[in-house]
Design a binder for this molecule. Sequence first.
Ligand code: PLP
Length: 399
Amino acid sequence: MTASSLFQTYNRANLSFEKGEGVWLEGSDGRRYLDMGAGIAVTALGHAHPHLVEKLQEAVAGVWHTSNLFRIPEQERLADRLVAATFADKVFFCNSGAEANEAAIKAARRYHYVKGAPERWRIVTIEGAFHGRTLGTIAAGGSPKYLEGFGEPAPGFDQVPFGDSEALKAAIGPETAAIMVEPIQGESGIRPFDIAALREMRRLCDDNGLLLIFDEVQTGVGRLGTLFAYETIGVTPDILTSAKGLGGGFPIGACLATDDAASGLVAGTHGTTFGGNRLAGAAGNAVLDVVLADGFLDEVKRKGLLAKQLLAGLVDSHPTVFELVRGEGLMLGVKTKAPLGDVVGAAREAGLLVIPAGDSTLRLLPPLIVSDEEIREAVNRLDAAAGAVEAAAQNGAGA
Ligand SMILES: *Cc1c(COP(=O)(O)O)cnc(C)c1O
């Protein structure tokens, strides 16, 4: 353990990075790492992407911040582009995924309030969900692990089990405002919803006058090979939240909504000091320049299929270490049979960064610019890591 003045909120690896380029990072230990985690799906265009560097350098030389008391051209342009590319009519910018979800929850509650139904304020959420770490979003996620020790959870959330249609119907009552769901659960282990279940949610929302909220903080900004996952799935929400990849590493979050769903959050009802400032707007626009360029998203889809296929082969050749592969596009999970921490550690020893998730699943969330060759190299390194885990298990058994 290194002595530290920081809150002890993380179990950090004793490693930092001095240089980065594309999918590669150079560690403080002098080794080169293949970064298949992208800072948890954040550096969507890899490290030091020339276009992002150029646009951010321009922005840094200009006016950084003026607050939302004034018009912000980069923010307006980013909103226009997100609206043009999606179902949404309006965008609210903030600084993180949790804040984007807070905005979505507030928008849903106030939508009913201004329509004369203030009693409709409860949100139905899904067990195993992750929506962030604010007091509101830990209550929305409902995970006992994140709620413990923080007093009475914020009220107004009704949890139903993953994929249980009957429980979902039963949870909807006269006080329900919305259903909130991650199209693919990320933190709890890349657990995909079946499309039928998401369609059912859309139908239940339409039948009961509820809003459908998709938390696309992790699935969004091209990760599945469409700008947002809802396009891949074919079910359109009323409100969608984005963050992680949206700034390519610069903190920015966004809540997208239809005109109707945004109608409750009028002047004075919600706000943020930093949200969507000029630097953040410049970063978001630079990311969209690349992600929305012709053919980019098709490549993500193709590379996702390649990665999934190679990983499936790897699972077959290491049946004591791995169990199965799941996910879509470049949001892939490999469920492990061996202890997850051992596999993630062995991967790091083999020069590969992957991200642990729930349900004993390691996540691969590479920068979307990853090449075929780098995908193959990542799978080779994971192969070496699995070999090391097998050898250690054998030595352990023999000892
Ligand atoms: C990461 C994540 C969040 C929280 O985002 P922060 O920026 O850490 O607040 C919310 N929802 C999902 C689906 C996420 O993956």
